[in-house]
Ligand binder design. Sequence first.
Ligand SMILES: [Zn+2]
Length: 447
Amino acid sequence: MPIRHFTKRLLSKVAWHAYNTYRKGLDYNTQFSQTTKILDAPRENIEAFQAQRLERLLKHAYRTTPYYREILKTAHSDISRIPPLEKQDIREHLDSLSSTAFTRKQRIRNATGGSTGAPLTFYQDRNYWNQRNLSVYYFDQWAGWNFGEPQLIIWGSLADLREDRPWKHQLDTFWRNQYWLNGFRLTDTAMWAAFEKMNQCQPQTILAYPSSLYQFAKFISKNGLTPLCKLKGIIASAEMLQPHYRTLAELVFKTKVHNRYGSREVGLIAMECAEGRMHINCRDLYLEIESPDPYTEPGEILITQLNNYAMPFIRYRIGDVGLLSDEICPCGSDLPILAELLGRTTATFRTRRGTLIHGGYFTQQFYDIDGVTQFQIIQESLKHCTLKVVTNEKWTEATHRYLVQRIQDALGTTVVVTVELVDDIPLPPSGKREYTISKVGSDIGDL
Ligand SMILES: [Zn+2]
């Protein structure tokens, strides 16, 4: 290994340790080994831990949130009798769902881009983030990740799309030993540069949006290139991992792709092991399938987040459909298995130059704009796009121009954008809101 790579890994390991000690306290190492111990434990120990955490959360919710005090009626509740928490409930009761045990300053605001449901704002606390990160470290190790080891990230970052890229992002990626390829704009030039960077930096793992990983793998394959790095594994997250994405990526990168299922609202939900099963993160959450028989009949996934005391999410309807499995996994983990994850798709747009624009590019830019209550972007053709908007009192002509500009920035300045102000954007039969729909190509992933 060249000396500069060795030094960088060493520096990054030290930086990771310092970061975690700063965030989680001097007993960070103990916390991490406790996390590992719980997640590696036999099923009965995991379930006992989970039940204890659940009881504590319900008591906390009853005592400190007006919303749950009203719903639960008592501090000792049976979770199966609690009505699921809908996204609309969070929108309407943001304040009464927030715990009075936390000051405004202690609440950390977060929001979803709305790729799997309507855009949503909510609060989390520092301990939630600490626990979330500990779980991510644990599960990412299943895919070969480790502190300080170089990682290629094929991800959407709006900061990377802007000329005024914040210095903080660059500093973060430096000390974390990460290299970024922007998944929202995968041009041939960007992919050539990323391929060269990958050979030079020798990442051990890749963390990627599945569709972007697929495009990168396809580019490498089409150009007859061979990656020179020896990857330990790939983590695919944030959208559905289509079977053909996996097949090509595993062929090109000669390593296993691990599917990771999570969300901004509740953190890491499940991770695929070496034997190809999705194990549920029972340390951080309690997962239910809304079905008469969750082992044979798929149903909507309900999640209770066990660590977020700033704003309890109890039986949160996340907007995905799943099925459980009762098989014992040969990998040795006793964590229960999510047999199938259905739903969750994000439309991908294509520009006239052939660049693919991930639907998340739009949802991330548009979800938090004053004046916009609801939106949907439809790519009618390579030359024409329709933007449907449900506006509110803050809508101005400047907002109109801004949205059109953002779409043209992504799809090309000659693209005609028709803005339709509508009263409502009805849900499709699936019940899942579609923010981006592309009519260009039936299977854009195969273009
Ligand atoms: Zn397993």
